[in-house]
Design a protein around this ligand. Structure first.
Ligand SMILES: Cc1cc2nc3c(=O)[nH]c(=O)nc-3n(C[C@H](O)[C@H](O)[C@H](O)COP(=O)(O)OP(=O)(O)OC[C@H]3O[C@@H](n4cnc5c(N)ncnc54)[C@H](O)[C@@H]3O)c2cc1C
Length: 395
């Protein structure tokens, strides 16, 4: 008998009573990436119910708003959620990036102040790392924080800040010493985006979406109580957070469901490029589709194995670059394959001549390239893999 059978029965019973049926319907708009104040109806109720149980952050300690589940209990929870097609109640940088980083580097007071608000979906976070001249070369960042008694005063600009339009707080890398080697003069601070010195300017993408902003700081205040780690040691904290980010991208956060794309890639190939018997006609295309299926299944198995290996609670390491690299390149080539299957039907970005799914595939294709850049571009990941995993000599 499954040693977690009792737990599974309890989860199932609880979900039957507390998961609103409407959020599990195909095509349901759940707003998982929004904080509680930007939601209503069943989307809000689902977040609240899960948060009361601690299952928004199932493996975080209960004193910080988590569920205190161990690895195998969390696996059961995820299986039961999947069984009823329940969506994640909350996704985003709070849960996957700043939360784990605070658990590792935050003081007790910082954990108690910030983590419960993440686990309840009350506060939505954004990431202030990249600047116009500091992307791949992140340590070149120039946004400055000056000591002003009990707080820092921040001036400068960040760019490509995802979700910044709705964000309540930012975790930010700032320069606190200009006289030392660039990595040694960086600190990691948190501050509210409601500060009057913060200006947000949305950036629009070719896909039509506007997922990020450029942010300007004009004497923005960051309380010293929100300095994470020591002064000038933010590079270590910031790099660890990137590993959490890459682990999340590599672990499938970019392959979450797109409700307008309902066909699998095999269905699409049969529908648009099938012969009279419904089989994929072109042998080359058949090969590409099969190869994609093999790659994605192999990747899913590797990802599962890595998660099982990580159950000891070990912090993520350089292997996250491998997972991030592969997941983002695979996502990009999947949307390229979908577009090539659609042929002329993938020419529409808007308009009635195209189905909802066709338009969604075209927009996905335009957006998915971004994943090979966000969180550190593919070339940077290959560099890390070469140096840190394969230990190849520097050229
Ligand atoms: C969708 C999306 C969301 C993002 N969200 C955020 C966010 O929330 N917060 C945030 O701070 N940033 C965010 N970013 C920014 C992202 O981290 C940077 O775009 C990324 O690190 C690359 O920096 P860059 O754009 O300055 O490009 P550059 O550093 O100028 O690089 C441009 C290109 O040069 C090449 N290159 C650069 N360095 C090397 C190298 N060492 N070896 C070989 N080739 C190289 C690569 O081809 C690279 O793509 C986001 C980006 C995207 C696309």
């Amino acid at each position: 008998m499954d040693k977690n059978q009792q737990f599974r029965d309890d989860v199932r019973a609880w979900l039957a009573d507390n998961c609103p049926a409407s959020v599990c319907e195909p095509g349901a708009v759940v707003k998982s990436s929004f904080s509680s104040k930007h939601r209503d109806g069943d989307s809000k109720l689902w977040l609240e119910n899960m948060s009361t149980k601690g299952w928004v952050a199932p493996m975080w300690p209960t004193q910080y708003g988590g569920g205190g589940l161990n690895f195998s209990e969390n696996k059961v929870l995820q299986q039961e959620l999947k069984r009823i097609s329940a969506p994640a109640p909350l996704v985003g940088m709070g849960l996957t990036m700043i939360g784990p980083t605070l658990l590792e580097f935050g003081s007790e007071e910082q954990k108690q102040r910030h983590l419960p608000k993440i686990a309840s979906g009350e506060i939505h976070w954004c990431q202030g790392y990249s600047e116009p001249n500091a992307g791949s070369d992140l340590a070149n960042l120039q946004t400055k924080a000056e000591d002003n008694g009990d707080h820092f005063l921040i001036n400068g600009s960040k760019i490509w800040t995802s979700g910044a339009m709705h964000a309540d707080w930012m975790f930010c890398l700032v320069r606190t010493d200009t006289t030392v080697q660039k990595q040694k003069g960086i600190s990691f601070v948190l501050f509210p985006m409601t500060d009057p010195g913060v200006t947000r300017k949305p950036i629009r993408l070719i896909s039509g979406e506007s997922p990020f902003c450029q942010i300007f700081f004009d004497d923005v205040k960051a309380d010293k109580a929100d300095l994470i780690g020591k002064l000038n040691e933010g590079w270590t904290v910031g790099k660890r957070l990137l590993q959490y980010e890459r682990s999340s991208i590599g672990g499938g956060s970019i392959t979450s469901r797109d409700t307008d794309i309902t066909d699998t890639i095999i269905d699409l190939a049969k529908k648009y490029r099938g012969d009279d018997t419904g089989q994929i006609e072109d042998p080359l295309l058949r090969h590409e589709v099969i190869q994609h299926e093999i790659n994605s299944r192999a990747f899913a198995a590797t990802s599962k194995r890595m998660m099982a290996e990580a159950k000891s609670g070990k912090t993520p390491g350089f292997a996250t670059s491998m997972m991030k690299y592969y997941a983002s390149e695979m996502t990009k080539s999947k949307s390229e394959l979908m577009v090539s299957i659609l042929g002329p039907e993938a020419l529409g970005r808007e308009g009635d001549e195209f189905t909802k799914q066709e338009l969604a595939i075209t927009r996905r294709w335009l957006f998915d390239k971004a994943f090979t850049i966000a969180g550190g571009c593919s070339e940077v990941q290959l560099d890390i893999i070469a140096k840190r995993i394969l230990q190849l000599p520097a050229s």
